[in-house]
Write a protein that binds this ligand. Sequence first.
Ligand SMILES: Nc1ncnc2c1ncn2[C@@H]1O[C@H](COP(=O)(O)OP(=O)(O)OP(=O)(O)O)[C@@H](O)[C@H]1O
Ligand SMILES: [Mg+2]
Length: 354
Amino acid sequence: MKLKWKLPLLFLFVYMCAVLATGLCFNLLINSNAAAQGGDTAFRTVASEYLSIAILFLAVFIGASFAVLSIYLHFKITKPIHILNERLESASTEHSSPLPDDRNDEIGTLYSQFNKMEVRLQQSREEQLGIIAAIAHDLKTPLTSINGFMELLSTRHDISEQEKQEYYELVLKKSQQIGTLINTFSTFAKQEVELETMDRQPTDARRLFENIIEEYDVELSGLGFALKWENNFVQNTFAMIDESAIRRTFGNLFSNAVRYGNKNDLCIYLSGYTDRGHIYFQIEDNGTGVQDDLLPLIFQKFYTVDTARQSENGGTGLGLAISKSIVEHHGGTMQAFNSEHGGLGVRFTIPMIS
Ligand SMILES: Nc1ncnc2c1ncn2[C@@H]1O[C@H](COP(=O)(O)OP(=O)(O)OP(=O)(O)O)[C@@H](O)[C@H]1O
Ligand SMILES: [Mg+2]
């Protein structure tokens, strides 16, 4: 039972008992008065006994009621709040077992929310550590090369001018790579903040679909790749969309297909449809795809299937994480699957305006 009902009922019960006890005492007092009016010494003694019993009974009853109430409030409210306070103090530093949330009242709900919050904190702590490790790894690789070349240049004096020039160029290339990485990281941090203040407007799904086709058909055919599409959007299928953010999502999905498709006759398939109040966009390719067990991982920040971390392709593993985050900020979902065309398929949804 909820505390909002339990506490008033408890107070009502104590109040009723107090009224009953007072009534009983009055009854005893009336009896004692009647006995006293009898005038007899024996009657007077009985009367004073009645009075003492009445006062004692009332005192004991009120004392016991308050003791029971205090114990109940201590164990059911004060102590759980105290435990919660202690856990809040240590929440960000220690990982301990979840609080018991089997109670069916407000304290139980509070504990269960607190447990969920602790899980989220733990996940974001792990994510932060992963991000720091990935940034450190990405920066360390070119930095190690720069150190190696600089050491060669400063210790070996028999290097020809041409070799020196080559080393300088490599050092320049690696330092530019570091610059690009740093730019990517700061853009990523900025985008995370921008997502909170997205400007979503009612957007026609069919118009958006056609604009995307127009934009990428030319670009892909310029690269020698094909784009095929189909959609069943009826007119006036609207959704609240921040178009520039969703275009960034499309941009990453198309660039991924081109980057990782690894095929000369690469073909990208774009489809759009509606189902149960949602707009669906699906991008597939006939490239190399991603192993089944790695599919859920590609949405993690800084995850790249190639453990050499895409140094060849220049990818940092942020595109899909950002795309998923953009879609989720629109109230939708994003999943990856193995396409029947042979490569990777990514599908995302956005709720329609009803
Ligand atoms: N169409 C695809 N085919 C095969 N593998 C893919 C495809 N799309 C993504 N991947 C794999 O998923 C990983 C994550 O993709 P994501 O877009 O998040 O990062 P990225 O392309 O490496 O870097 P960024 O997008 O930040 O430049 C890629 O590194 C790649 O290994
Ligand atoms: Mg990408």
